[in-house]
Design a binder for this molecule. Sequence first.
Ligand code: EPU
Length: 420
Amino acid sequence: MDKLVIQGPTKLKGEVVISGAKNAAVAILPATLLINGVCRIENLPNISDVRTYCKILETLGAKIKWFSDNEIEIDTRDIGCTQAPLDMTSKFRASYYILGSLLGRCGAAEVGIPGGCNLGARPIDQHIKAFEALGAKVDVSQGKISAKVKKLLGNSIYMDVVSVGATINAILASVLAEGTTTIDNAAKEPHIVDVANFLNTMGADIRGAGTDLIKINGVKELRGNCTYSVVPDQIEAGTFMLAAIASRGDILIKNCIPEHLDCITAKILEIGGNVEDYGDSIRVTMNKRPNKATVKTLPYPGYPTDLQPQIGVVFSIADGTSIINESIWESRFQYTAELNKMGAKITPQGKTAIFEGVKELTGAPVYATDLRAGAALIIAGIIADGETQLYNLEHIDRGYENIEEKFRNLGAKIQRVSEN
Ligand code: EPU
């Protein structure tokens, strides 16, 4: 079992280059199943979710060539199998995109009921509703989800909740459907736009991605022979922005899209930090204790739930009492118990947590309870006085590329140690 050993406190200073977006990559990879050809994908993050996805695609008949840790070519001409391996797909959340893609390509699909971070109930009723609207029959039993259709027919889909995954799955299933599909109350996250851009580059006709009404005119086929570069990771960039604030540091964050970070920038300005926009990079600086504030997590362009634990660390050492209201995932305050072991004073009460700011955190053994909690606890270890040992690194490795190396380059004293 690996752990991270972090010696603090450190003020982070220097430059970091942001990787491709995890949540775009894990949708673009299955989207290649819709292509009867070869395509090249660049700026893929080198994370375990991407490597697992590539293995799943290979079991379905895809041929993958790696040119570097971040660049692959996928040949999806020989996709024949419609059953994805249950053990691999049930381990992570984004495997549900295989349903939309294989339904579109082959008219049938089967995956294990998706797992992923334990963030509370994670229903997929809106995914199923979208597939059924397009004519598919869906069955959920014996730990798997199966979907089947003779011919997908375009239709109007109204999402009862704003869902990233259901919006992308509805797009995937309708790209090759006959006729026009509309998705109303669609999610607007940058990775939705990225998946639509990828599919359009391959020959799809998707309009309106990034708004809450998306229109897909079905096309007969998607051609390959294209190269696509994954959008920079909004959440990784936000993680380093908040690390700069928490550590009273000075970080130049390169390869990011500042507009995707507007809601984080606004919050940083409110708590007394400084953000300079250089077009494709931003510099975040902080030279005092952060002010208290309130945050409510919301779908994009609201404040992202995936940056909630990271701002929780900032609030734990802020001047005054801050409040977070988590409106997306019911179990996303599990990290607060770990931060309290480090001297924080946080009281979670259902969907709300109250952060009574303390002057400093102190190092302690702590456990990553999910991916973003893990990133937040790294930041906590960097700013805490003394040694922090962070366990359960498999969560962090799923979604952050070379995270300890990136923090080390900013001055953090952080080592990965194997412990038997
Ligand atoms: N929901 C439903 N029914 C559905 C789908 C969702 O009620 O059929 C509800 C959920 O329970 C939740 C809300 O709708 O309350 C939003 O869920 P969404 O479907 O948007 O989440 P997701 O697609 O499963 C993605 C990211 C998550 C991120 C959320 C919200 C991927 C692979 N995962 O999940 O990322 O938190 O959107 O932005 O894209 C992470 O990266 O750490 C992570 C958890």
